[in-house]
Design a protein around this ligand. Sequence first.
Ligand code: S6P
Ligand code: ZN
Length: 186
Amino acid sequence: MILPQSLTMDFSTGALSGADVEEVSRTIADLPGVFGDEAARRALAPVTLVYRVQSHLPVAAGTEGGLFWGTTFIQPGLVGDEYFMTKGHFHAKRDHGEYYVACSGEGALILMDEERHTRFEPMRPGSVHYVPSNMAHRVANTGASVFSFFACWPSDAGHDYDSILRDGFSARLRCISGQPELVSTP
Ligand code: S6P
Ligand code: ZN
């Protein structure tokens, strides 16, 4: 028996369509404490969209052996001189990795290990990025248009946002003379 395909992805934008696609949005109002310049964040309209995530979650979160699939769309923009970016997280199960593939626009994957060493990888359409286990990860839009990438991660990885909200990354990706530069936080 041939079943109809219920989920499709547009490879040029990463957009998912079909049944069982969930979507969350993060606006400037949703991201207190995420950017280095809190005054600059508060000066922006609270409803400003920073990013949204479409996800296909075929099993319950926490299920061992399953996989999740999702696309993140990050708007272009700056908070002060810091690029619009995702909150960032460690996986709750630290030994669980993830794949990212860039679809459209220009971005950067920012990775920090548990010894707080931070680096970044430029993301361009078609670039494939392995997020190793035990690494906090977040993505910034370093271009002038929407940056999108898709991700595949284990359904039991979970998300630890609290460590990042409390301690941050050890460096921030700032727009210096029009170019992304990783600047250590004091
Ligand atoms: C999930 C994966 C992505 C992020 C998304 C938003 O493990 O890394 O789908 O959830 O890019 O980032 P964040 O940090 O707000 O979850
Ligand atoms: Zn992740």
